[in-house]
Unconditional design. Structure first.
Length: 214
């Protein structure tokens, strides 16, 4: 069951990447930072999968790297679509501050990046949620750009962050409990990628069909 969910997530992610890349190069409407984010996700997922098959026991450094990279790329994405200069400055300086804090942590104790780094996971996830909520606020009275993706990213990060925060706790628990938590996380990722796919359908595919009809 878990293999079906995991590889189903990989397939949807690859489909997302192909569709948004097509929309970026052919229609020049997909956001460049969003496409880069999908490329980053796909590369990281493939890397983690290869490490799993090579029986690399500790891949938590790459997990932490994924969270930090996700924070940077989605931060740049939301900065590019936010309306006010004040909101853009909030994103810019919060990203810089968070990277400074994480760099200091790395210099003080690099071993934190070899396990579930609770500080990196919490900061990166909460910042993205804040950026998404800022965009949501703008969409209340403006154009609903990347509306379904924003819903998906808030849902995914709120739920998955809880699972990652208890990741260190599951080390000493039963294999059944750990399998259940990872299966749930794989399912959440699959749902998240489906939100991204639905966003493409609503934003790009529907408009293409309408323009062809006209």
């Amino acid at each position: 069951m878990i293999d079906f969910v995991i590889y189903g997530g990989y397939f949807i992610l690859l489909l997302d990447l192909i569709l948004y890349t097509y929309s970026f190069f052919r229609t020049e409407k997909a956001n460049v930072f969003f496409v880069l984010y999908l490329v980053f996700c796909f590369v990281m997922q493939c890397s983690l999968e290869i490490m799993y098959h090579l029986h690399v026991k500790n891949n938590l450094f790459f997990v932490n790297l994924f969270f930090i990279g996700q924070m940077i790329l989605l931060g740049l994405f939301y900065q590019s679509i936010l309306i006010s200069k004040g909101q853009k400055k909030v994103v810019k300086w919060s990203l810089i501050l968070s990277l400074v804090i994480l760099s200091i942590q790395l210099c003080i104790d690099y071993s934190q990046f070899l396990e579930f780094n609770l500080l990196a996971i919490t900061i990166s996830s909460l910042l993205i949620i804040v950026y998404a909520l800022l965009h949501f606020y703008n969409m209340l009275t403006g154009h609903k750009e990347y509306y379904y993706f924003t819903i998906g990213v808030i849902f995914y990060l709120l739920t998955s962050t809880i699972l990652f925060l208890v990741g260190n706790l599951t080390i000493g628990l039963s294999n059944e409990f750990k399998l259940m938590s990872w299966t749930l996380n794989a399912f959440l990722i699959l749902v998240y990628y489906l939100f991204i796919l639905f966003e493409w359908k609503v934003t790009f595919f529907s408009k293409k069909q309408i323009s062809n009809d006209i």
